[in-house]
Design a protein around this ligand. Sequence first.
Ligand SMILES: [Zn+2]
Ligand SMILES: [Zn+2]
Length: 268
Amino acid sequence: MPSHRDNLKPASTLRAVVLGSGSSGNALAVCCGKGTVLLDCGFSAREADRRLRAAGIDPTSVRAVLVSHEHSDHVRGVRVFASCRRIPVYASRGTRSASGLNGQVPEMHVITPGEPVTVGSITITAFRTSHDAAEPLGFRFEGACGCALGVLTDSGTVNGEMLEALRGCDVLAIESNHDEEMLEHGPYPWFLKRRIRSAEGHLSNEAAAELVTTLASDRLTRVVGLHLSSTNNTSRLVTSSLAGALARLGHQATIEVALQETACILKP
Ligand SMILES: [Zn+2]
Ligand SMILES: [Zn+2]
């Protein structure tokens, strides 16, 4: 293990920021105490640095890069970012092979679904997602403060393992990729529409809203829509779909939508 949990320090609060989300690049920073974990680096290392600083996060605080899967919008800058900072990369066994990162970064660790890993004071538990990649993962992050953040993106379906892993989170960041009507009537070729809708594609607004309905516990304070399609979705549709789901439950969680070019606070 590159680092350890320090039980002598007072509990630090978990903070998290989406640095950008969408098919042109994804990165999300989770901070606790003096350490940060970067989930995906789908921007160039230089751009990731710029976005971290703009979000008020010192890039030298990043202790590890976690990779959800090998698609370029998630791994583009991982090699350079991890090499420049000499920090470890964590990914599933399948992503390690398919990404070509093994041997290209200072340290590469395999993360196994259901087996928690601790980086600084952040505990990370991976779960399997359903996507057309080698062995894609979603993640639950827990801070020393006890706060839990669930992140699920790039998944065509929801399964029991995901529901179990995301249960009781304070903040949920869930893919809300497309509006089903916009995708149906939009300009994409049929094979791409079929891929997006498939069980190994991306979650629609409707599917994301249904998932949030299932996971809306008393602890949930914030829901963030991720990985919006610029062609087949709008932030207004995502907001109204998630708001409708929460309103039907009488739930008060706030709703945010993460966009490609601007940072979005997941947890202040
Ligand atoms: Zn993606
Ligand atoms: Zn993907």
